[in-house]
Design a protein around this ligand. Structure first.
Ligand SMILES: [Zn+2]
Length: 309
């Protein structure tokens, strides 16, 4: 094995403030990150450094180093995201589905060792994970980092990364009060209340099952957005201990911009203060009492499990 590092994956539902955590983590000198690694984007989009991705020295330098090792690397088209494809049918859904029972999952996995199934799914996973690991390794090595931070969020990815990566794998599970998340899903994505509740439940159910089946309890760090806002410094101290890295050198909550070593998709970037100052209790005035009662009825137990009363 080459350069040794820890692969850290952030999974969370939408609108839990994960970009705040991304920005904080990216400021750590031992952390290498490009945000959501798994998702494809156009290489003609603008990088946070101001150039197009295809002209950015960080991305082209990474691409050249990977290609020098004989691996494919197309900026914005890594094709490493693992999840069912809409319309691909029953066998595709079955491959990705996470059953509550490990026994049923194991039987399903055995079924997919059949050669024509393996070619279609198993080989694709193996290729995606081994390239992911190599891409992260090359970046960590050139940045002298001991942690690769991937904030792709997709819970399916956790099952494959935790099982097949050769390097150490750790998971950060970020959450936020269900009522605040659902309020944001309705406002920003124009989802109906019922749809937003289903989305919340989908993520929580899948990720909890995947954690239970594939991730060692010591390798999971659960973080609530509200605690990160209230106690930023303390939460980051715990996070550094979990990641086994040094404490942040000079972190202040007065940071207003990304240091220029970071190369994210521009639309992910929001100034630090704006992210931090979102009103955590806005849902109380924006949701009706009927809507709050519906969310409590459907998700009250899960929300309580995450510590929200
Ligand atoms: Zn750039």
């Amino acid at each position: 094995m080459g350069y040794n590092y820890t692969y850290v994956y952030l999974s969370s539902p939408s609108y839990v403030g994960s970009s705040f955590l991304e920005l904080l983590m990216s400021a750590h000198p031992q952390v290498a990150t490009v945000g959501e690694l798994a998702f494809n984007f156009s290489k003609y989009y603008q990088c946070t450094c101001g150039k197009r991705f295809c002209d950015c020295e960080f991305w082209t330098g990474w691409q050249n180093k990977v290609r020098a090792e004989g691996l494919p690397f197309e900026i914005g088209s890594l094709n490493i995201n693992l999840q069912p494809t809409v319309g691909k049918g029953f066998w595709d859904s079955l491959f990705y589905y996470e059953f509550a029972s490990s026994f049923v999952n194991n039987v399903r996995d055995w079924l997919y060792t059949w050669p024509s199934f393996y070619r279609e799914w198993g080989a694709v996973v193996k290729d995606a994970v081994s390239r992911t690991e190599k891409y992260a390794e090359i970046l960590c090595q050139s940045e002298n980092a001991s942690v690769f931070f991937d904030s792709s969020k997709n819970p399916y990815q956790v099952r494959f990364l935790s099982r097949h990566l050769k390097n150490r794998f750790k998971l950060i599970y970020m959450m936020r009060d269900a009522r605040a998340q659902i309020n944001d899903l309705m406002n920003r994505e124009k989802r109906s209340l019922e749809e937003a509740v289903l989305l919340f439940r989908w993520h929580s159910r899948n990720l909890e099952r995947i954690i239970k089946h594939y991730v060692r309890p010591d390798d999971v760090f659960r973080i609530r957005y509200e605690d990160l806002c209230d106690d930023t410094i303390d939460m980051l101290k715990s996070l550094c201990r979990f990641l086994e890295i040094e404490q942040f050198p000079e972190l202040t909550t007065e940071m207003t911009s990304l240091p220029n070593k970071y190369h994210f998709l521009t639309n992910m970037y929001q100034p630090f203060k704006e992210i931090q100052l979102q009103d955590a209790k806005r849902w109380q005035s924006e949701l009706s009492s009927e809507q709050i009662a519906y969310i409590d009825k459907e998700l009250g137990a899960i929300n309580k499990f995450y510590g929200y009363e």
